[in-house]
Design a binder for this molecule. Structure first.
Ligand SMILES: Cc1cc2nc3c(=O)[nH]c(=O)nc-3n(C[C@H](O)[C@H](O)[C@H](O)COP(=O)(O)OP(=O)(O)OC[C@H]3O[C@@H](n4cnc5c(N)ncnc54)[C@H](O)[C@@H]3O)c2cc1C
Length: 399
């Protein structure tokens, strides 16, 4: 590939959305992905709430995606141990919530990019700044290197770009999540609802994607000792069945019938909200976005949507500086990009601090060992987030 391009590291949701947002604004970029092909299976499915749909509308991909998943009518949370249930209707006037297969989202974003935008099998190893031009010099694991016009790190929770920027390491919750998909050839009998079923510190989420496919997850508060669980789907399934041995029979059956390829287990990570408040997310023409900037617990189902919002805001900010009128590689170009990245961080910081703080407190609440800690978490949530669904009303604005 050529030197002096806008380089995005990582073809996850955020990297692809960023390349597409830039493309829609007439700005060329190249995405370098370490995997040999699109990573569109891991994680099974992803919830997109009204704020996420607004961002997808701006990217021009929402219409196709709407047809891939049913619209949910409510959230329902059931505590089996205490026999308590709470329901929240999702008002159609307030926008839509659907759980998409990750494959549908990733494939759709990818298909909208000009051919050749994503280069597979390119694992970034290190970054340094060129001593003359201050541009980032990227070295890949195969020994090749390039000088980029700008570098956008969308390389996830263990980001090399974040490390280069001197960001603190991400932290881990004492919680793991198992995710999977189950196909019902003759249709399932579940309502169009997000159901969360809690029992003995273990939560199971169950959401229909369409009339035959159901996404589910299981959150549990310890780290499995058997190393094989990170690689072997059969071990993941057995572990899930052990964890859910006291849950209703139909939930266990859903796990028994799961599509083996869809099963994955993740140790949950987050960037501390107070680090988000103070960190520098860009240096010169290098910046981070998506999980690399603000990985958070999945308790609000917002991390991926926040990465899509990032993409819209970043492309708009860069486009406002009209790079096409400036000679490529000139110092003015470099300064304009630096300015765009600074503005992006300014616009996004408080949005991601609030999301990640709310998510962090909910995570602490589910893992709190004592009643006193639980009460403190609940009080913090009530004071700081009196409307707990406010975050879905957010509009990242026009591209
Ligand atoms: C259990 C769970 C449930 C979730 N549910 C939801 C939900 O319902 N809704 C929601 O919005 N979000 C949800 N999220 C969060 C969401 O999955 C993430 O925020 C989102 O996938 C992050 O996308 P990303 O592109 O920033 O990073 P990633 O998906 O991590 O992508 C990073 C990409 O960079 C590549 N890469 C990494 N290092 C390098 C390198 N050195 N060189 C080249 N390439 C590299 C990787 O291979 C990968 O393709 C959930 C997360 C979890 C864990």
């Amino acid at each position: 590939m050529d030197d002096d391009e806008v380089v995005i590291i990582g073809a996850g949701i955020c990297g692809l959305a960023t390349a597409l947002a830039l493309h829609r604004k007439g700005i060329k970029s190249v995405v370098m992905e370490r995997s040999e092909s699109l990573r569109n299976v891991t994680g099974a499915a992803i919830g997109i709430q009204p704020n996420g749909w607004r961002a997808l509308d701006q990217l021009g991909v929402s219409e196709n995606l709407r047809h891939t998943a049913v619209r949910l009518r409510r959230y329902r949370e059931l505590d089996i141990s205490r026999g308590k249930q709470k329901e929240i209707s999702l008002n159609p006037m307030d926008g839509e919530t659907r759980w998409l297969r990750r494959k549908d989202l990733i494939d759709t974003l990818y298909a909208e990019l000009p051919p050749g935008t994503v280069k597979f099998g390119c694992q970034l190893e290190s970054i340094k700044l060129d001593s003359h031009s201050s541009k980032p010099v990227l070295r890949f694991i195969d020994g090749s290197s390039i000088i980029a016009k700008a570098l956008i790190g969308c390389d996830g929770g263990k980001s090399i770009v974040a490390e280069f920027l001197g960001l603190k390491r991400t932290k881990i919750f004492p919680l793991c999540a198992i995710r999977g998909l189950t196909y019902y050839p003759s249709g399932h009998s579940h309502d169009y609802e997000f159901a969360k079923i809690n029992k003995d510190n273990i939560s199971v989420g169950r959401v229909p994607i369409d009339d035959n496919l159901v996404y589910w997850f299981c959150l549990f508060p310890y780290i499995p000792k058997d190393g094989k669980v990170w690689e072997d789907p059969e071990v993941i399934r057995q572990l899930t069945l052990e964890l859910l041995s006291n849950h209703p029979q139909e939930i266990q059956q859903m796990v028994v019938n799961a599509d083996m390829k869809s099963l994955s287990i993740t140790h949950l990570r987050y960037r501390a909200p107070w680090d988000l408040l103070t960190s520098s997310f860009c240096k010169g023409t290098v910046m981070v976005s998506g999980d690399a900037m603000h990985i958070m617990g999945p308790f609000l189902a917002q991390g991926g949507a926040a990465g899509i919002e990032d993409a819209v805001v970043l492309a708009r900010t860069i486009a406002q500086l009209d790079l096409n009128s400036v000679e490529s590689g000139s110092m003015i170009m470099v300064r304009n990009l630096e300015e765009a990245f600074n503005q992006f961080v300014k616009q996004r910081r408080m949005r991601v601090v609030r999301l990640s703080l709310q998510s962090y407190i909910i995570g602490m609440l589910s893992g709190a060992p004592s009643l006193l800690k639980k009460i403190m978490c609940i009080m913090l949530l009530v004071v700081l987030f009196p409307n707990p669904y406010n975050h879905v009303d957010y509009d990242c604005g026009d591209l």
